[in-house]
Design a protein around this ligand. Sequence first.
Ligand SMILES: Cc1cc2nc3c(=O)[nH]c(=O)nc-3n(C[C@H](O)[C@H](O)[C@H](O)COP(=O)(O)OP(=O)(O)OC[C@H]3O[C@@H](n4cnc5c(N)ncnc54)[C@H](O)[C@@H]3O)c2cc1C
Length: 526
Amino acid sequence: MSRPLTRSGQWSQTTTGISQSAALVKHTSYQIPTRTAFLMQITNFGKNICFTPTAHYSPQSEREVLEILEKHRGQTIRCVGRLHSWSRLIESEQVCLDLSHLQQVEPNSSGDDKFVDVGSGCQIKRLLAELNTRKQWTLPSVGFITEQSVAGSISTGTHGSGRHSLSHYVISVRVARYDVNGTPVIEDIVEGDELRAARCSLGCLGVILSVRMQCREAYRVEEHWREYSQLDEVELAEERFPLQQFYLAPWRWTIFVQHRRETEAKQSLLMHAYLWYRFLVIDVSMHLLILFIVRVIRSAWLIKVVCRWVLATFVIRGWRVVAPSRSQLVMEHELFRHVELELFVQKSQLSSALEFLKHVLVAVSESTSEISPKFRTQLDDTDSMEQLERLRGRYCHPYPICVRKILPDDTLISMATNATSRNPLVQGSHGTLLADEPWYSITLTNFQAPKSREAFDLVAEMMTKCMSELFGARPHWGKLNSLSTEELRSLYPAFDTFREICDKSDPQGAFRNAWTKRLLDSVNSR
Ligand SMILES: Cc1cc2nc3c(=O)[nH]c(=O)nc-3n(C[C@H](O)[C@H](O)[C@H](O)COP(=O)(O)OP(=O)(O)OC[C@H]3O[C@@H](n4cnc5c(N)ncnc54)[C@H](O)[C@@H]3O)c2cc1C
């Protein structure tokens, strides 16, 4: 249940200290200055989304947020975090709020429960550092990178491997929004479906001011790499290495597993050497090589040779290293600009989904490869045969395909939720979800320059459509997402509950951009 805490009568309507826009255009690239007197063009990390809000603010306090809401009553308001999403969720047509000044970190405990109250704009990396220094605590889960803001991360269901997504660990969310009279208020969302909606809200429940999140004692993770030829073997190893993630190596078609598990063992003596190896060899050198091939050489033949024979030499197999989770679980994927498509399937669909993905990648890389009867049926069932024929010989995938396991989230619409509908007739387009089944995310990463990316975008579009129809695959809310809003809704049985909560807490649709408005509309639209 939500409780209004602050009413507009309690604060003055002065706009002191709040900047407004003027008529000059300035370019920024995922960096927003504190206060701006410009009409700013804002570009995301991936440089695939660009927008120019009519007003841009970087408030310093909750009170300033309320003042902005009061001043812009009747307009649409969207927040940005660190602009690390690739999807249209981040667009603001009118007022854009950057909450990066709200970054307080207040760790606390009650009995055995550890938690932190953290400002919505605090970056995950700062939160991890503060928790570690002040309490020797950490978060229960982290993604590949820690550049994101807390609010941005939870708003799209950001996740790592082997645990729930970050949204699942949210205890309460403090938001600023309008009440039924259009007065700006602050409320703490602490329980029920409202909390499950607020845990992953796509920015549609209002301005997130702070979040209370579960924490835990800092811990260490043992990691080593191994190469496998069969998915079954990788799945079997999960029992011993619950935090593992793996990479399907294109054109070699083996699986490199980053076996990981929590351990009581001491930090390895060679930990720093290993972390430097991982940074210099994998995060930097391997990426530079791939960049060179896809941007300069651009030869499908060479991509295949490098993927089959060279990339495998970058991986040292069997070196077991223990390091703190905050270093071991994080890679440096933000070093080189790129775009990502990430599709989530339940465990029972993983093997078929990966087989289908392999068929598509092989078929689009060559004009003549044979199409198996099973693959042909899948293409016919999804009306995609013609689309595939048009793409043949146009795209050769050069990057390991990452697969991560996510435990089911207690949310309404994060990608790894198994939430069902209150209405027994609504089950989503793929029947009832298996309640306890974990999800696996499959990530396709692309480093081509935007002007050369057309074929990848078309492949991503086709893959998303086919895999959502065949395997109930859900695209990451923060990544490339070409499904229609109607198709997206059908993937989440609890979507109607989410929409009802959004309508109730924001009846005017003040916190929706054009894309989320269409998503939350009850009529079908694209
Ligand atoms: C290199 C790279 C690696 C990545 N790795 C992973 C990964 O391992 N796992 C994973 O799941 N994802 C990953 N992502 C995706 C990323 O975690 C998500 O897209 C995340 O949402 C980005 O957070 P952000 O702070 O940049 O928020 P933004 O992208 O700026 O915003 C995301 C959403 O949050 C909303 N929002 C932000 N702040 C507020 C607020 N104060 N109040 C209300 N709404 C708000 C925005 O309106 C928007 O809807 C990665 C992205 C990149 C670029």
